[in-house]
Design a protein around this ligand. Sequence first.
Ligand SMILES: [Zn+2]
Ligand SMILES: [Zn+2]
Length: 341
Amino acid sequence: MTMMSCCVPSRDASDRFPCLSDPVRRSTLCLRLALVTLHLIFVGFIFIFNQEFRDNIKEQPLYTSMYLLLVVVTLAQYFFTSGSSPGYVLDAMREFAKTEASLRASEVSKQPASSKNGNVVVTIDRNRSGEHLVGNNPMNWTKMVMDMYPPGTSVRTYTCSYCNVVQPPRAKHCHDCDKCVLQFDHHCVWLGTCIGQGNHCRFWWYILEETALSIWTGILYIKYLQASFDKAWLVDVIMIILLSILSIALIFLLLLLLFHSYLVVTNQTTYELVRRRRIPYMRNIPERVYPFSKGACRNLYNFCFARTSIYAMEPLPGAQELEQMSVPYTCLDVISCRCCC
Ligand SMILES: [Zn+2]
Ligand SMILES: [Zn+2]
């Protein structure tokens, strides 16, 4: 009995919790725990030491409830964004293959039974490599994607050497996720996921909520320090340290919010803005021209409301459209709102 128990391999934490065996998942879990802990520390200090805030719970329950609601909504938005798909190219290919297959099936059902055997069936393979996903349909993924680029563009230029898929405009391979992401913005270490076409809007809302929460928490800290200065110096020192950290985080969040708002209004991604000269199809486009912009108002509307599918893709504008976009703005253009027309 003793011998047998000795021979049984000991089970470590990663065996009991499969999610801990993957280092990427482990680091994401640690980051999430760190974020929740930070929020609990900053909010908890107000509840413990701010007598005025505690008194407000009875006198102004709505005020306290609103603050707590903001804390919960911000954390929920964090997990919601962190767990959402940024829109992977391989998933878009599967969707494309499904659509193609259903279209073909509906075409077949309309034709006489004798002609059904001659039709091509789109196969959907769940392999990681993209070459098996679209079957042998002539209207395949490669053709559809290459139609989005200017004529004469080489397929090789936009074939990802890691995933072996043809990337639509704005897609990029993420080395952290090891997948190609549609409308790639950046890989967010804090969220543990890529920010792309599928979750950029959620990411923007998360920054907004986090900024609002930081401002409100900062105001509560300042109120506490004004009311109880010189009474409990140790608590004051801790509060000042926390307020300083909060102020630095707030500056960073405000800058991030402004930066991403600018990207939304001009329909750009961080990657396109920072690595413009390294993206082949962006090299020859003048500096001040945003090729995917439909005007500030339309860009905002599309970003917030008009995302019918996270796999919707934007083709590159033609030479004529680019020429129109590159015409400098005059006062009359601004008055007539040319950017939105
Ligand atoms: Zn890739
Ligand atoms: Zn990534």
